[in-house]
Design a binder for this molecule. Structure first.
Ligand code: UT7
Length: 325
């Protein structure tokens, strides 16, 4: 049976110039490089410059992906951008990237599922491609979490960084089997009962301010360890695959200990896991596309590889996507 699949044509990324290592926090807070490395795996992160916005980061990543694909903005039908740190309350950051790229047709909108945002955006873009609404979609994750940190809270401010990553999806014909290239299956979940575990304490219709991030890290950690392995096996089942078929796990980069535990549950050796948390910190919706683009630029993926991505974040919202490269 002939089906439409969404194949990744190219990836792109952008990291702000300023790199901040753990010693920067040691000088300001009761924390240590050792604690941060041991508990999270993070050594450094990038912070956007003053005046540098989420749309600036997203635009650079999108342009990088277009350049690598040998395409121009006119070749795109849509932009879907995942972020929780938009430049403005509206319009969507995606429309700012659209303008920056010089794209005057098609449509552009944002997806807000916090750290799971890129997985949600990817699954939605895949749905639009399979339904025939678009043939080529730029999917971006872009964040400036440094703008919503409480710099006096050592349990959160050491964790996050800024950055953007992008992939271009293109419609391709498949036979409906797991041998097809492109996105094979996905699984999305949310449970608002847990919204107080990870949230920002401000917003347009409540405080009228942007607010700062609040997290009960150890509780989120427990949900992550349990829910990420489960969504991964659900998605693999839907694709007719097993954990042993995975060539690369490209997880959300929140904490190296969560990533290791998920890999163990899937019986995957760490050589099959793309780890960027050490250099990027947690960049929320940007972390998976940044990891994909980093590994792609290093030439680590081979055509035909099975790649599984998974993420969990505020909401709680979590999910996974499996694709063949
Ligand atoms: O991306 C969205 C999803 N988010 C996540 O997946 C994050 C999930 N959570 C985590 O990654 C971890 O829970 C954290 C890294 C946030 C915290 O690690 P933990 O091992 O769960 O530590 P904890 O919160 O249980 O705190 C242990 C101790 C506490 O001290 P006491 O009460 O035992 O004396 C904290 O006050 O570590 C202390 N602590 C710190 N110490 C030095 C917390 N933050 C720091 C710090 N430096 N930066």
């Amino acid at each position: 049976m002939s089906v439409i699949r969404s194949v990744i044509l190219a990836t792109g990324h952008y990291l702000p110039e300023r790199v901040v290592d753990n010693s920067w926090f040691e000088a300001r807070l009761d924390t240590s490089d050792q604690w941060i490395r041991e508990r999270t795996g993070i050594a450094r992160r990038h912070f956007a410059a003053e005046g540098e916005t989420t749309s600036d980061l997203g635009l650079r990543a999108a342009q990088d992906a277009l350049d690598r694909a040998g395409l121009t903005a006119g070749d795109l039908d849509a932009i879907v951008l995942a972020t929780s740190t938009p430049d403005l309350t509206f319009p969507a950051v995606a429309t700012m990237v659209q303008q920056g790229l010089g794209m005057t047709r098609g449509f552009a909108f944002d997806v807000q599922a916090v750290c799971a945002g890129f997985v949600f955006a990817l699954a939605n873009a895949d749905g639009m491609i399979r339904s025939g609404q678009a043939k080529r979609v730029m999917v971006i994750g872009a964040e400036t979490f440094s703008r919503i940190m409480d710099w006096s809270d050592r349990s959160t401010c050491v964790l996050f960084g800024d950055g953007a990553g992008a992939v271009i999806l293109e419609a391709a014909e498949g036979d409906g089997s797991a041998k097809d290239r492109g996105i094979l299956a996905s699984d999305l979940n949310s449970d608002g009962r847990y919204r107080e575990l990870l949230y920002v304490d401000g917003g347009v219709s409540s405080t009228g301010t942007a607010g700062v991030l609040r997290m009960q890290g150890n509780l989120v950690f427990r949900h992550a360890v349990e829910k990420l392995a489960k969504t991964a096996t659900t998605t693999l089942d839907r694709a007719g695959l097993a954990p042993g078929d995975i060539d690369w796990l490209v997880p959300h980069q929140a904490n190296a200990r969560i990533i290791t535990s998920t890999a163990q549950k899937l019986d995957l050796p760490m050589e099959k896991v793309v780890l960027t948390v050490e250099d990027h910190g947690n960049t929320s919706a940007a972390s998976i596309p940044l990891a994909l683009a980093t590994a792609d630029a290093e030439g680590r993926f081979e055509r035909g590889d099975i790649i599984l991505t998974e993420a969990i974040g505020g909401g709680l919202s979590w999910g996974s996507v499996v694709l063949r490269w």
